[in-house]
Design a protein around this ligand. Structure first.
Ligand code: ASP
Ligand code: MG
Length: 425
């Protein structure tokens, strides 16, 4: 059994959906489980719907209309009007979403509300792909991932309950997946009370890894709009080159520092089960792409990874006394409680520095907590993180070729160096 994952870019229009169908046909897909995320930029569009719902701006329906129109355009290109195969199924999902938004008992918890709405992107996308494949004579079974990915109820960043998930995938999904091409959603799961949960933005790769590791897949393939894992973002650097193979550990490091080609949580379950991961281009589907496995393959080229939208928190005591172990304990506790991940940290005698992603005011509650503890916090924004891996440790050379942005913070760690820079253009 193999797992294929197609992200939003691969199904962003009708031609993309047709391309997915031809990749499945060319790859003899009877034993494939396909994980699909929301089409194009649907997740962002649904985030806007959620924003309008939560803040009761009265514009939720018109934001939703944008999502409908986008999918309807794809539908009408895929299914001629005389062949409205399965489309009522999809219309029903739209209706469900509309009714949810109109309902008088609107959830008040933002993260909970978010998860109840956002997953419709994946549900609609998989229904469209599944029905299109059927219309082309490609038999497949659509399944609801929420029946199989069992999580806790930490909304927007749910943690997988592995025991329950394993049990239900092995007993209920395995028999279906052995016999059919299965189409299912990435990103979504089911929480403690039966509600929809999500695994965090871009979490569909992780879903593919969960399904693959429990089903004992022979491989996972993530189909992307790039040739594979590159040594730099090919959209930013013309001279980016493909890394044909890398180890799980190298892939974890690169993903952690923002190589957006693979979601960071994806590799762990694959490494534990020694399942190879292929990253291949859906634009050039016969090319080999990148293989991530436990084969001993050294990265030969310097890798540069950019992470935009970074914030630097500088934390000190009010009277500028030393930052002691007790303070560090409190700071880490505050980070954990506020679900804020530290991308880079540095400690000097009187200041603890911590670099975090800048997400919709997510840092504000953290700053409040820290201030409550009697700590002083200054926040610097509009920064980016550049991480460089160099097999020979020649970081200077790799950094030199970049535009002259100001270095705010610099840190060496083994075979990598991390620069926090003022944002470029
Ligand atoms: N559709 C979700 C997102 O855009 C999940 C994913 O793409 O993996 O974040
Ligand atoms: Mg997506």
């Amino acid at each position: 059994m193999r797992i294929f994952k197609f992200g939003g870019a691969s199904t962003k229009d009708a031609a993309g959906v047709k391309n997915v169908a031809s990749i499945l046909t060319a790859n003899n897909s009877n034993d494939v489980l396909v994980v699909i995320s929301a089409m194009g930029k649907t997740t962002n569009a649904l985030e806007s719907v959620i924003h309008h719902c939560y803040h009761k701006t009265g514009e939720a329906q018109s934001a939703l209309q944008v999502v409908f129109d986008y999918h309807n355009a794809i539908l009408s290109e895929l299914f001629e009007s005389s062949n409205l195969f399965g489309v009522s199924d999809i219309k029903n999902l739209f209706l469900e979403l509309e009714c949810f938004i109109d309902s008088p008992n609107f959830p008040e918890d933002y993260d909970f509300l978010y998860d109840q709405i956002i997953g419709f992107g994946e549900l609609i996308a998989t229904k469209i792909v599944s029905n299109y494949l059927l219309s082309q004579g490609i038999e497949n079974q659509w399944v609801d991932a929420r029946n199989f990915i069992i999580t806790d109820s930490r909304h927007r960043d749910a943690r997988v309950q592995w025991k329950e998930t394993e049990k239900v995938i092995q007993s209920r999904l395995m028999p279906i997946a052995k016999k059919n091409l299965v189409i299912t959603q990435g990103f979504i799961g089911r929480g403690n009370a039966g509600e929809t949960t999500t695994l965090g933005r871009e979490g569909s790769d992780y879903s593919a890894a969960i399904f693959g590791s429990i089903l004992g897949a022979e491989s996972i393939t993530i189909w992307k709009d790039v040739a594979g894992v590159m040594n730099a973002d090919p959209k930013k650097f013309d001279n980016a080159v493909l890394i044909p193979s890398l180890t799980y550990n190298d892939a974890i490091e690169l993903a952690y520092y923002g190589a957006s080609v693979i979601h960071p949580k994806t590799i762990q379950p694959l490494k534990a089960n020694r399942i190879p991961l292929f990253v291949r281009s859906f634009l050039n589907p016969t090319a080999a792409g990148t293989k991530v496995s436990d084969e001993n393959s050294r990265i030969e080229v310097a890798c540069k990874i950019h992470k935009d939208n970074q914030l630097l928190l500088e934390i000190s005591t009010k009277d500028f006394t030393f930052i002691a172990e007790d303070h560090l304990k409190e700071i880490f506790q505050a980070l954990s409680e506020n679900k804020v991940r530290c991308n880079l940290m540095q400690n000097s005698a009187i200041v603890f520095r911590c670099v975090i992603d800048s997400k919709e005011n997510k840092h504000e509650p953290l700053v409040k907590t820290l201030e409550h503890l009697g700590l002083e916090v200054s926040v610097k924004s509009q920064l980016e993180l550049l991480s460089i891996y160099h097999p020979e440790g020649d970081f200077e050379a790799a950094f030199q070729s970049d535009s002259p942005q100001k270095i705010v913070l610099q840190q060496h760690m083994g075979n990598s160096v991390h620069y926090l820079l003022t944002a470029g253009n």
